[in-house]
Design a protein around this ligand. Structure first.
Ligand code: TRP
Length: 323
């Protein structure tokens, strides 16, 4: 600890993670272990804005812990924990809420979206960005790897931190987002962006057979085997590209253009490339997912590391504001 910058991110336990989550956030976050001290957490307080099923919330929490374990997170040197194991974050949320203008929250995309769809908006959903800002600020985080959809939340976080520092003196580190730009548009089964709400996702650790079947279902145009095909507009090619070297991508692009290769062959190659990367983690996942005491141990050690920092930062804030 100490000399490396700290990277922090959170992921909501609201569903089974899919390839879009993996490429957009999980994989880059895990890679940052090399250059950063990393703090990653399961955003279960945030999940409560949309989830009402306690059993599922618990199951998804263990799923995510096992996923990070399977993908090589080093829990000795880094911290992985539950958001709700650090109650200080809700205390800080109150304090920060008191310097947050309602207008700023009204401009947040998630809130505006819900309003435009006539959905019921809870106070929790309305204040979601303040809690998220506190998740970040409470650990003196330097870098926050997130998907493109979280850009605005990071801007709000910075705004609030700057405002607080301006009012009370330098307390918070001003964090920076790390956003994987080309990863924002992982195509789903139907060619649209892979997203739970479009029901077009490929689960990260589906059993191999199911995984292959999902890839075989990806929508393509209806060109025959002989015809020349355009790799640039093909979802299969786009997915393959996320799991292969530049040289392999060029080789496959060449075969697309030349004609003589059908989409089912391209899909098979795509499946093989994905499977080469995910097969071993999938097996580790299945083992560790069944070992509840191991998973509890991971979360407890993460909690202890995270809470120590959260206490320091919260104490700093309490003393600055006069509590
Ligand atoms: N809002 C994020 C999402 O929906 C999850 C999240 C909560 C988060 N708190 C965070 C991400 C703090 C980064 C940092 O994916």
């Amino acid at each position: 600890m100490g000399s490396k910058p700290r990277s922090l991110s959170g992921i909501k336990p609201t569903g089974t993670p899919h390839l879009g989550n993996y490429l957009g956030m999980i994989k880059p976050a895990i890679q940052l272990q090399e250059t950063h001290e990393t703090f990653y957490f399961i955003a279960d307080y945030h999940a409560l804005t949309s989830m009402r099923d306690p059993k599922q919330l618990r199951e998804h929490t263990y799923d995510l812990t096992a996923i990070f374990a399977a993908l090589g997170m080093d829990f000795e040197s880094h911290a992985f924990f539950r958001q709700s194991d650090i109650p200080e974050v809700t205390e800080l949320t109150w304090i920060l809420s008191c310097i947050t203008s309602k207008g700023l929250m009204e401009r947040a995309h998630a809130y505006k979206d819900a309003v435009s769809k006539d959905q019921e908006v809870s106070v929790g959903l309305f204040c979601y960005p303040v809690l998220m800002a506190c998740d970040i600020l409470i650990y003196d985080s330097n870098h926050v790897p997130v998907g493109q959809d979280q850009r605005q939340h990071l801007e709000i976080t910075r705004d609030l931190a700057i405002r607080f520092n301006h009012l009370y003196g330098e307390v918070f580190v001003i964090p920076e987002a790390i956003i994987e730009k080309n990863i924002a548009t992982i195509p789903g089964l139907d060619g649209r962006k892979m997203s739970k709400s479009y029901e077009n996702v490929i689960p990260l650790f589906a059993p191999e057979k199911q995984f292959r079947k999902a890839i075989m279902k990806i929508t393509t145009d209806s060109k025959s085997v002989e015809e020349s095909k355009d790799p640039e507009t093909c979802s299969v090619f786009a997915l393959y590209s996320c799991f292969s070297t530049k040289a392999d991508q060029e080789a496959l692009a060449e075969r697309y253009r030349a004609g003589g290769m059908g989409y089912s062959e391209a899909k098979q190659l795509c499946f093989e490339a994905l499977n080469a990367e995910l097969n071993e983690p999938r097996e580790i996942f299945q083992q560790i997912r069944n070992d509840q005491s191991e998973l509890d141990g991971i979360l407890e050690s993460g909690r202890d590391k995270a809470r120590a920092i959260a206490r320091q930062v919260t104490d700093r804030v309490r003393s600055k504001v006069g509590l």
